[in-house]
Each structure stands twice: as C-alpha cells, then as structure tokens.
Design a protein around this ligand. Structure first.
Ligand code: UD2
Length: 316
C-alpha cells in the first residue's frame, strides 16, 4: 500500500515510517522540518520519498497525497505552551493542516486517513479512566485545534470512499523524543538530566501521574487503524490504561542508572492536570489493540537510546 506520513520526520512520525517500511509499504513523507529532523530519517532516506513542505499549503499536500491509499497525519504544532504563544499559527497548522490533508486524501482517492489527536481534548477531567464519551473540555489552543481536527475527520467520512479515525494519544515516550525544550515530555527531560548526572526538576509534589505509552504501542495502534474495517470518523484513546507518577519514574530511572537521582521540587505548572489515565476499551474492541511494552522496558530502551546520542543532545 502507498502511505503518506505527514510529520514523518518527527518523533512519532519517523517511527511510523520505520514500521510501514518493515511491513513492505511504499512510504512518502511530508515534513517542513520545523521540529522534525533529517537525522530521524537518515537510516531510511533511500527507501522513502520525501516531499519537503508545509501542511498549510494545499497544493503541496495535494502533491504529497497523489497516488496514496492511506494517510497517517502526524504533522502539527505539538507544544501546548507554544500554542498559547502562537494561537493563530497553531490553528492554521493543526486545524487548517488537517482540513488540507482530508481534502487532498479525498481528491487522491485514498481509502483511510488516521489523524493524531490528543488526550488534551479532555481537559482536566475528574473521573478516571477517561473514556471517549467523556465531554471534551479543551483548555488550550492546542487542544481546541485537535478537537477541531477530530470534527473535520468525522465530517470527511461523508465523502464517498474515505474513512477516517482520530487517535487520542496519551503521554507518548521513547527514542527520538526531543528533550531540548523546557516543555519537552517529562521522561525525555528526566533522561537527559539523569545522563548528565544532574537532578530532575519536578513541578509540584511529583505525585501527579500520567498514562505513559511507549512509542511502539502508538505505532501499532496506527497500523491497526490503517487496516481496520470502516471506523466512521470515531475518536479512539491510545494509552496503556495505567498511570505512573513522576516520583515512580525517578525511582525506576535511578535503578536503571544504578544511583539515586535527586529531585529538585519547583512550583507546580499553571494549568497542570493532576492525573490522567486512558480507558482503552474502545481501542481493544475496534482495533484489537493491546499495549505490549511494559513501562519499565520502554524506559530502559529509551534510556539506552539517549545514552547513545552525541553529547549535544545530552545537554540543554
Ligand atoms: C501532555 C502532552 C501535551 C498534551 C497534554 C494533555 C507531552 C510531552 N505533552 O502534557 O501535548 O497532550 O498532555 O493533558 O506528551 N514535569 C516535571 N518536570 C519536567 C517536565 C514536566 O515535573 O521537567 C511535569 C509536568 O509539570 C507535568 C508532568 O511532568 O505534571 C508531565 O508533563 P509533560 O510535559 O510530559 O506532559 P503533560 O501531561 O503536561
């Protein structure tokens, strides 16, 4: 099958590219390298077709979608903090980009579009685990634009032959996650600190928890979504159904590096949610998805990857 991966040079996108190539699909990547990197695709550059461009440009997206049977749409502004600083651009890229991708996929006669959504659409929900029927309550421009993309996704199913699905990722971690920003994922930040022999900065008391899902499980959910029978624009949680606290991560990381890691406590971040945990019943039912990587195993693989990176990645 010919598959277009938008944002294919990014953290999750590049893992999707690897998995598609491994199963024999022909892969085209659309990326503007704003946050994705050529390094993420260096090992497979000869096996893919690369369209360098922006999802905001319809003509570029149409060119990229030509001849594709399916699209995995990962390209987005993924930082909640950045979305507050640049709300219009976030809307253009995340909601406008999704509209372009859906339009281009339909024009190209694609059969399935899988878009990356986020647990951010739930806001600070009280009842856990979070099922998809919980009312959306976006608290950031990022979450609003992901919800808008989900709506478009549902609407696009009315188009003849095109079926869509939105995967609501929980806290994804793994190799290639960029640790360099203050707002990078907490596991990437903690790994970078542990490798540099520094303590971890913990915002709040460290007892807050998240549903941390290893990137290969997210990849598998995407492949299952590509191959599933008609999904009708539904939203599906992708997590593990469990949650882990920050203090537990620091403890596990200390065991992996063989020495206790110091935690420096700082004020909790404004707008931080306390706990998050996915209900994955729908993913099990509609996709046959089951998380396969135990948290500790994912942590060990990720730590090994950060250790192998050149020094520049280990600083920050
Ligand atoms: C995640 C997503 C975000 C959005 C949101 C929805 C990531 C990277 N971000 O944000 O895109 O979908 O969920 O709820 O997956 N923390 C520290 N020290 C650090 C960094 C973070 O204590 O150096 C804390 C942070 O304050 C928070 C927790 O760790 O309590 C997780 O932070 P995060 O940025 O990894 O992810 P989150 O859940 O805020």
């Amino acid at each position: 099958m010919n598959v277009l991966v938008t944002g294919g040079a990014g953290f999750i996108g590049s893992h999707l590219v690897d998995a598609l190539l491994a199963r024999g699909d022909a892969v085209r990547v659309l990326d503007n390298f704003s946050t994705g990197t050529r390094t993420n695709l260096a090992h497979c550059a000869a096996q893919i077709e690369l369209v360098e461009g922006d999802v905001r440009d319809l003509a570029t997206v149409e060119r990229a979608a030509q001849g594709c049977h399916a699209v995995l749409h990962e390209a987005a502004i993924v930082s909640v903090a950045e979305s507050f600083m640049r709300p219009e651009e976030t809307r253009d890229v995340n909601a406008g980009g999704a509209a372009n991708v859906l339009h281009a996929a339909r024009e190209a006669g694609a059969r399935r579009v899988v878009i990356a959504s986020s647990c951010a659409v739930y806001g600070d929900a009280r009842a856990l685990p979070l099922g998809e029927s919980a009312p959306p309550a976006p608290l950031s421009p990022y979450a609003e634009t992901k919800l808008a993309a989900e709506d478009q996704c549902r609407a696009a199913c009315a188009a003849k032959g095109l079926d869509t699905v939105a995967l609501r990722y929980f806290n994804v971690f793994g190799p290639r996650q960029d640790p360099s920003s203050e707002y990078s994922g907490v596991i990437a930040r903690f790994m970078q600190a542990a490798i540099a022999g520094r303590g971890c900065t913990v915002y709040g008391d460290g007892r807050q928890s998240r549903d941390f899902v290893f990137v290969s499980d997210v990849v598998r959910a995407n492949l299952l979504a590509l191959d599933a029978a008609a999904l009708g624009g539904v939203a599906i949680n992708v997590g593990t159904g469990t949650r882990t606290s920050l203090l537990h991560i620091i403890h596990r990381l200390g065991n992996l590096v063989g020495k206790e890691i110091a935690a420096a406590f700082a004020a909790a971040r404004v707008g931080d949610i306390r706990h998050s945990q996915a209900d994955i019943a729908r993913a099990r039912k509609l996709l046959g998805y089951e998380p396969a990587v135990a948290f500790g195993d994912g942590l060990a693989v990720t730590l090994e990857w950060y250790r192998q990176q050149p020094k520049a990645r280990g600083r920050g």
